[in-house]
Design a protein around this ligand. Sequence first.
Ligand code: ADE
Length: 422
Amino acid sequence: MAEKKSSSWVLMVTAQTPTNIAVIKYWGKRDESLILPINDSISVTLDPSHLCTTTTVAVSPAFSHDRMWLNGKEISLSGGRYQNCLREIRSRASDVEDEKKGIKIAKKDWENLHFHIASYNNFPTAAGLASSAAGFACLVYSLAKLMNVKEDNGQLSAIARQGSGSACRSLYGGFVKWIMGKDYNGSDSIAVQLVDENHWDELVILVAVVSSRQKETSSTSGMRETVETSPLVLHRAKEVVPKRIIEMEEAIKSRDFPAFARLTCSDSNQFHAVCLDTSPPIFYMNDTSHRIISCVEKWNRSEGTPQVAYTFDAGPNAVMIARNRKVAALLLQRLLFHFPPQSDADLNSYIVGDKSILKDAGIQDLKDVEALPPPPEIKDNIPAQKYKGDVSYFICTKPGRGPVLLSEESRALLDPETGLPK
Ligand code: ADE
């Protein structure tokens, strides 16, 4: 059995993992329980200083069963996705020795030891911002470090994938490809890094969190219904995506923004077309999403070359990628013109993340927002439309790094003595 002189001890690890947004979308599984996709996908990892999950995992002989707290509330770990991740990672554990604490855990001990897990998302879980991607990546990464698992991030990605498909892409920073793989057991359905977060560091990412009253179809059931009923989805997976993957990799490697934007927007639009082609049709975007698309399309057309790419996941939020900071500041001005905050919202909570974008856009307070001139492409005879309150808030961020360990004990979410949430 695991040893220490005194009878009880707690050993723990804390990690931070980013979320990601797909620019070539994953939609449709060929295996529901292993979470194997019908096509490759490509994503950009978002800067974890603005959007991330922090997870502390602890082990102690005093723990009687595996327990997890998500954003401070205890949740059940009995679901298949958690069980698959825990089983796969446990089976890869190695010997662990903490000399300072005088703790020794032999490989064979792990099957009789239990975990306490506390996880916290620094953004609203309900905002539709792929919290399960960051969450499962962080769970697998932190457990792997705690148990001295020798596998590399690619192999860990195949475990995180079994928690949430897109979680496999959160094991790396920068731009990441999830290779669909061919093996029946999913061993080759893994994430690989295409370029790191410094490769294309001019890009600025602006997320519009769109107010929505509608209960959305979950991605899991939406994908299943699409695969069962859409005649278009197989054409997309077999004919369209393979070509786009090649072109997107090239666009990213050569920092070709026009090609990147064309592919990103087309792929988002085709994903939503496939949702509409599902029976009954699935609507993820709403009027606000459509207005944002029109605004970006008009602007890109008036410039003659794309300035901003947009992409929408299984919800109404818009993720916009601007070619540089100057364009991002202009984009923010345009969006604030059309989607001003509810009068009671202050600007500080309306723009979160990298707030320096406000300074670049010459906006100091709400009065500056009210005084914004209409975007140039609005003709004098068309009244400029405003949709107050249709966007809940904006997040300004950029491509970011992959998972990291947080070594300071002050960052841990569990008490080092009791292993219970702080
Ligand atoms: N789903 C949403 N957030 C999560 C998290 N942090 N960990 C695991 N699953 C999640």
